[in-house]
Design a protein around this ligand. Structure first.
Ligand SMILES: *Cc1c(COP(=O)(O)O)cnc(C)c1O
Length: 496
């Protein structure tokens, strides 16, 4: 296997191994790590069609994480993709209304972040061992809801790690809060902050940048790390399900060998769709990468005009995980279409920081040909949920519905009849109120758990464990602090 190394998008001199990239998270210059080249998958279709999820994961990861041994990767994969998922398929494909919904929500927190956060702790502890890091890893995270719980679930009880999550005490949904404060595991610590998400984020960043604290931690045998979505340890595990989906389509004889498909992704931070781009780079015949946005349509405009402009109002929508104006992982695509030119990428990112906007050169725009942007407004999202349900009995969550609507618009506009895989990023049980009132506004009168039961009857699916658990779970984390008290809480938990 050819060795793949990782390079910062902002400094061509920062070249590291896969395990170092996972440990570092971000490059010191602020850039993101990209593989020097995208390895070819080179597996014949007949074999690909027969691989399980875990086998597919191994085939993809061994090509990217070339400094991990077979034994190490298989250990990580076996511990990540096990019975914490409620189906052996891990990521099943559901056919409804002429499209294939790739269900990425069968993990412990019923949203797609589980696909990567269930393996990241194992990759990270393995990487630490490999690089002879003796300290215990302390994951420090600020969350606006979804990532915090998925990271907690992933790191809970993983040996030689601790995880500390800060969330805005009054800034997350009741279900999200309950999910976090009931988290089990002696190595977990969850703190509500009297402030907003930006306060939490700034507090965490300040601790990451504090050299004195770093030295103190080191003396105690600890070091901080991040479970942020820009970590290459989260990106590569997301390539797996696109490869797997293609194999499933082959196995089900839905497509012929080599037949091209489209992939449609409800997008926020641009991580998920970038993984599809890498799957295409490995050789999976993906023709169009359709990037779906909600009313925060900064990416739609970007693909239409070549101008990225975040100077616009931030809109709160029913698909909150896509309410984002700065899509961090887009930097990786910029780097690629700039011909892996770190200087050019750096300059554009500087402009984004200072002016909130940048424009691509004609050259770079030309290389975006595979991407199509599209957006769906709030009313269209509800109509899509209701429409697909009435036609097929299948219920979409709000994020998936954005993608579904954008795909339908694309077909309407182009008449393109190729098969499409739509990334289904959350269970409808996670956004019960929006989903149920889209079907019938009368459901608005019901309480949250009542709504889950009603959804179960409507969709003829079982209420997921993740929801059942929090009905009766005991609150284990009661700490609340002021914005300037975050470090004190970290010190208390770690005994500094
Ligand atoms: C995080 C998230 C997204 C956005 O994914 P990105 O990789 O950030 O583009 C979409 N849907 C759901 C449900 C999510 O949790």
């Amino acid at each position: 296997m050819e060795e793949i190394r990782y390079r910062s998008t902002r400094n061509e001199k920062d070249v590291v191994t896969a395990s170092q990239a996972i440990l570092n998270g971000l490059s010191r210059d602020g850039g993101l790590y990209m593989p020097e080249k995208i390895p070819a998958l080179d597996i014949v279709p007949a074999v690909l069609a027969g691989l399980s999820y875990q086998e597919t994961a191994y085939e993809v990861m061994r090509r990217f994480y070339t400094d991990f041994t077979e034994e190490e990767l298989k250990y990580c994969i076996a511990h990540a993709y096990d019975s914490k998922f409620d189906t052996e398929e891990i990521a099943p494909l559901a056919e409804a209304d002429g499209a294939y919904y790739l269900e990425l929500f069968h993990g412990p927190t019923i949203a797609f972040k589980d696909m990567a956060l269930s393996i990241l702790p194992y990759l990270m502890t393995t990487a630490a061992k490999k690089n002879e890091i003796r300290n215990e890893i302390v994951i420090l995270t600020a969350t606006s809801g979804d990532t915090g719980k998925a990271a907690l679930a992933g790191f809970a009880d993983v040996p030689r790690t601790k995880i500390i999550v800060f969330f805005p005490e009054d800034g997350v949904s009741p279900v999200q809060k309950k999910q976090m404060v009931t988290q089990k595991g002696d190595n977990t610590f969850v703190v509500g902050v009297r402030g907003n998400f930006d306060d939490c984020q700034s507090g965490v960043k300040a601790m990451f940048g504090d050299k004195g604290l770093e030295a103190e931690l080191d003396r105690k045998g600890y070091q901080f790390s991040s479970a942020n979505s820009i970590n290459i340890g989260r990106l590569i595990p997301q390539v797996v399900y696109y490869v797997y989906a293609y194999g499933r389509l082959l196995a089900g004889r839905k497509i012929r060998e080599g037949e091209a498909i489209h992939v449609v992704v409800p997008t926020g931070n641009f991580g998920n769709i970038l993984a599809a781009y890498l799957a295409k780079g490995m050789g999976i015949p993906i023709e169009r990468l359709i990037c779906a946005s909600n009313d925060n349509r900064v990416l739609t405009d970007f693909f239409e005009t070549g101008v990225y402009d975040k100077n616009r109002p931030f809109v709160l929508t029913s698909s909150p995980s896509m309410d984002i104006l700065i899509s961090s992982n887009l930097e990786r695509l910029i780097y690629e279409i700039a011909g892996k030119d770190a200087e050019k990428t750096s300059a554009l990112m500087e402009r984004l920081k200072s002016e909130g906007r940048y424009e691509l050169t004609a050259d770079m725009r030309e290389k975006l040909g595979d991407f199509v942007g599209g957006s769906a407004a709030e009313a269209e999202v509800s109509a899509e949920i209701a429409g697909v349900y009435q036609k097929t009995g299948y219920l979409l969550d709000t994020h998936t519905a954005v993608a579904s609507k954008v795909y339908r618009d694309y077909v309407g506009r182009t008449g393109d009849a190729k098969k499409a895989v739509i990334a289904s990023t959350a269970s409808p049980y996670k956004f019960t109120r929006s989903v149920m009132t889209a079907v019938d506004p009368a459901y608005g009168a019901m309480g949250d758990f009542e709504l889950a039961d009603a959804l179960s009857r409507l969709s003829k699916t079982e209420v997921p464990r993740a929801i059942e658990e929090i009905r009766s779970a005991e609150v284990l984390h009661k700490t609340v602090c002021e914005v300037d008290g975050m470090e004190t809480e970290v010190r208390r938990f770690l005994g500094l």
